[in-house]
Design a protein around this ligand. Sequence first.
Ligand SMILES: Nc1ncnc2c1ncn2[C@@H]1O[C@H](COP(=O)(O)OP(=O)(O)OP(=O)(O)O)[C@@H](O)[C@H]1O
Ligand SMILES: [Mg+2]
Length: 261
Amino acid sequence: MAKRSGDTFRQSGQSGQSVQPAESRRPGESAEAISCRNLIKSFGDPPMPILKGIDLTIAAGEFVSLTGRSGSGKSTLLYILSSLDEPTEGEVFLQGRSVHSLDSKEQHRFRNEHVGFVFQFHYLLPELTAVENVLMPTRKLGLHEKKREQAEHLLAEFGLDHCINKLPSQMSGGEVQRCAIARSLIMDPDILFTDEPTGNLDTVNGDRVIEMFGRINKEQKTTILMVTHDPDYARAAGRQVHMVDGRIESDTRTTKTAKRR
Ligand SMILES: Nc1ncnc2c1ncn2[C@@H]1O[C@H](COP(=O)(O)OP(=O)(O)OP(=O)(O)O)[C@@H](O)[C@H]1O
Ligand SMILES: [Mg+2]
């Protein structure tokens, strides 16, 4: 699976705060895939702060795990960084674009072409088979015929050969979850946001998913931000960010990839 070379996305007038285009970067200088400054998110009335000033920069090609107790704000942060929710204050840049400044059509297009998601509550469309679900993101661009083989290959890599033509209601929870992961990879995203991707999986399938992420990170230079409660999987990423009560408490780099159990 080759990575797209050209970036045809055009910035809107509002989103002009970009990083340097790739061709003007110095050799060896890494681009920022994800960055935010003083991100604040409040919910409710009166507003209750949930994210309390997040500063985070992730370079293109990094594999980062995000850990923290239940309720510390991990999913909230992932939703905002991936542009699916808006911050109360602060700004998010994905590949240099101020994503919340884009209009919804531009945001949708940007996400479709550059970003993959696996969310904590993964939703497959119940009336579509596994392979049709995986191919969903390709339909808008008319690529579903071209991508069919890749979709079947991805399902096979996650041990889902026997599910290709099954509906989600005919699959187990773990199979549905792996199918959602396959769907997130079908467009060869530059950035993958993934929220507890191994939550419903046994060790064998959890390991398979983490190995797959490690591989696409290494081979395709996909930037990955992965929420996990599993300390072994967190250590498998090159960098570990830990949240406590809406703030980043620590941000450490792992020197060597941890071997699983
Ligand atoms: N739409 C919302 N309205 C009000 N409160 C919310 C909303 N979404 C999240 N919260 C609150 O924000 C806090 C952080 O939630 P979040 O889902 O980000 O936690 P998390 O770290 O992902 O936890 P978990 O590990 O359980 O998934 C929680 O206290 C939650 O109740
Ligand atoms: Mg969560």
